[in-house]
Design a protein around this ligand. Structure first.
Ligand code: NAP
Length: 337
């Protein structure tokens, strides 16, 4: 395997921020991970770079996970069990499962990134989280120098969160996810409860959608609302939707009757970060080369030539504006390296 030095990462992160990795290797086969030079610390595991804020040069080893492969592992009366390599493009994998006749991931169409990154932040969209279709994953543990299997129950999945985001796991480079297995139930029902999806299907005159119809509708909505990173560099949703207690939600709703708020099983309410940002005056607004997207205020965009410092400046300004207006704190979703 080839260990490269001082590798430019600008094209490896979808925000197109500049920075170099002191050491870099692309992993295409899990067995490569046992190599002695990969014990180097600090270590960072990179997937599609679509949830990353590169703050400058990284003085460590960056391992780009490019392991390919997708296959049906087995099926039983209830479900198909499908495995994909960590380096597979997420959207291409979703499309492939649909083409095989194995629905279940269609609501996660067009989410950027790789299969290996999907469980880390428990990607979710339009009323579905990947945790609901996750079966298990295989990972290389650099400390134990062994592969391990992690089942769904051990992943501590939560809203855009998992065990792998916690200290000491994937994000600190202790382990590298090499493959993920999904359980796709054979009993299928369309999940069209998000207004955007229902409206798109209605506009197309589709009353009884197939999985492909749902995927196409979601792809159309996303293409309309979200910037293409190849044209306008971005990292998708930049802030978590904040969770507040009932009293806070009611107090805000008294002042702002149109405030979107969604009750959660734990009694709290989820607010829409994009709405708060828009109301705070940041939709389509820029500070230097970094702004919030004009069609969806939750997406932070690089207007050209931005650095990690520029991102931090705009992020702080948006957080301050939202805090001043609503006394709600926004936390960023991407990982800072
Ligand atoms: P939207 O439809 O404008 O809705 C704004 C927010 O309200 C969303 O964040 C969503 O929460 C919530 N919401 C809307 N309808 C809901 C319902 N019926 N039940 C519960 N919550 C509801 O959102 P958007 O920004 O255009 O994004 C559309 C979907 O794509 C969302 O699910 C969003 O999370 C997802 N998305 C995910 C990523 C990512 O994983 N990084 C990036 C971009 C978009 P939820 O976020 O909990 O769904």
């Amino acid at each position: 395997m080839i260990l490269q030095e001082r590798v430019d990462l600008t094209a490896s992160n979808t925000l197109a921020l500049p920075g170099r990795a002191a050491l870099y290797a692309s992993i295409v086969d899990p067995v490569q991970l046992a190599a002695a030079e990969f014990r180097h610390r600090p270590r960072f595991i990179l997937g599609g770079g679509s949830n990353l804020v590169l703050t400058g040069d990284f003085d460590g080893l960056l391992l780009h996970m490019a392991i390919p492969g997708k296959r049906l592992l087995r099926e039983d009366a209830e479900a198909w069990y499908v495995e994909a390599g960590a380096g597979e493009n997420w959207h291409d994998f979703v499309q492939w499962t649909l083409a095989q006749g194995w629905p279940g991931l269609e609501n996660l169409s067009l989410i950027p990134g790789t299969v290996g990154a999907a469980p880390i932040q428990n990607i979710g969209a339009y009323g579905l989280e990947v945790a609901e279709r996750f079966h298990s994953l295989r990972a290389w543990d650099f400390e134990k120098q062994a592969f391990l299997m992690v089942d769904r129950n051990d992943c501590r999945f939560a809203y855009r969160d998992s065990l792998f985001k916690q200290e000491g796991w994937h994000l600190s480079g202790r382990m590298a996810i090499t493959a993920v297995v999904f359980r796709l139930p054979k009993v299928w029902q369309p999940n069209t409860r998000y207004a955007d999806v229902a409206q798109e299907l209605a506009a197309q005159g589709i009353a009884a959608p197939t999985p492909q119809d749902v995927a196409a509708a979601i792809s159309a909505v996303r293409r309309r609302k979200l910037p293409d990173p190849a044209v306008t560099p971005n990292a998708g949703s930049f802030f978590h939707n904040p969770l507040v207690d009932r009293a806070k939600a009611e107090a805000l709703a008294a002042d702002y009757p149109t405030l979107p708020r969604y009750p959660q099983p734990d009694g709290r309410f989820k607010l829409a970060a994009g709405w708060l940002i828009e109301q705070a005056g940041w939709k389509g607004k820029n500070l230097g080369p970094v702004g919030m997207y004009e069609k969806q205020a939750l997406v932070l965009v690089n207007r050209g030539g931005a650095t990690g410092a520029d991102v931090r400046r705009t992020m702080a300004a948006v957080q301050a504006a939202v805090h001043e207006k609503f006394t709600v704190d926004l936390t960023p979703e991407p990982i800072f390296l």
